[in-house]
Design a binder for this molecule. Structure first.
Ligand SMILES: *Cc1c(COP(=O)(O)O)cnc(C)c1O
Length: 231
């Protein structure tokens, strides 16, 4: 039976292999362990295997986990990667280090106001709807520059990059086209916001294509923690 530690090390070697294949340094790529729906005990197991960055999707579950781990595991970096309603923004502002799914000015302003003054600025990525499907969340490509401008004027938010959830497909041509699109947008924005250093894209099944297109953070859940009982 493989353990969580084994699976983290497998994920790390897949990242290293993918980086090697496109002549990138694997140190540029962070493994974000997506622990949504998984118990604290599984997170501690990952922590003991050296994992420090964790991604959560649900506000209340995320808050509970931060509160129970922050005392003894204070160097965990908490990333919020789920959809956020504006009435829940305070919880994210108060407890998380990173927010990957920002795509509305209104929520950016709330997070800025609600960020406690004794904390570092909240590190944010703009979520981009690269497939342009109406049902998907994220800003449309044309809207991203305006949101970036709003965020960069807010002192308690630090614009770090872009994030996307591509179309669920095994068609490599579609995967490549979508990742290439996000990468182009990222490189373009970097000339206005040189502090941007994060391209949050790639999950278990499309990790190498994402890394080929410049991903600096891959978000992996199932391959580390096993299948989830609910989505
Ligand atoms: C759940 C989730 C992941 C991880 O997905 P797996 O298929 O379990 O690896 C990555 N990114 C986001 C935004 C997610 O919601």
């Amino acid at each position: 039976m493989t353990t969580i530690a084994d699976r983290i090390s497998i994920a790390q070697s897949q990242i290293a292999q993918a980086a090697h294949n496109c002549s990138r340094n694997s140190d540029e790529i962070t493994l974000l362990a997506v622990s949504k729906t998984k118990p604290i005990s599984a997170m501690i197991e990952a922590y003991q295997a050296g994992q420090r960055c964790f991604g959560e999707n649900y506000v209340q579950e995320g808050e509970e986990k931060v509160l129970s781990l922050k005392e003894h595991y204070s160097d965990i970096e908490w990333h919020f990667i789920g959809p956020l309603q504006s009435n829940k923004s305070r919880i994210i502002a108060e407890h998380f280090d990173w927010m990957h799914t920002l795509s509305r000015d209104k929520i950016a302003k709330r997070l800025n106001e609600q960020r406690p003054s004794d904390k570092q600025p909240l590190q944010v990525c703009i979520q981009v709807n690269i497939s342009e499907e109406v049902s998907k969340s994220g800003a449309l490509v044309d809207e991203v520059a305006a949101i970036a401008k709003t965020i960069s004027a807010l002192p308690n938010l630090n614009l770090r990059g872009l994030m996307a959830i591509p179309t669920a497909t095994t068609d490599i041509t579609i995967q490549q086209a979508e990742f290439a699109k996000l990468q182009r947008l990222y490189l373009l924005l970097q000339s206005d916001y040189p502090q941007m250093d994060t391209l949050s894209m790639g999950m278990s099944n499309d990790l190498s294509v994402a890394i080929e297109h410049g991903s600096t953070m891959v978000r992996i859940g199932t391959a580390i923690f096993g299948a989830r009982d609910y989505p």
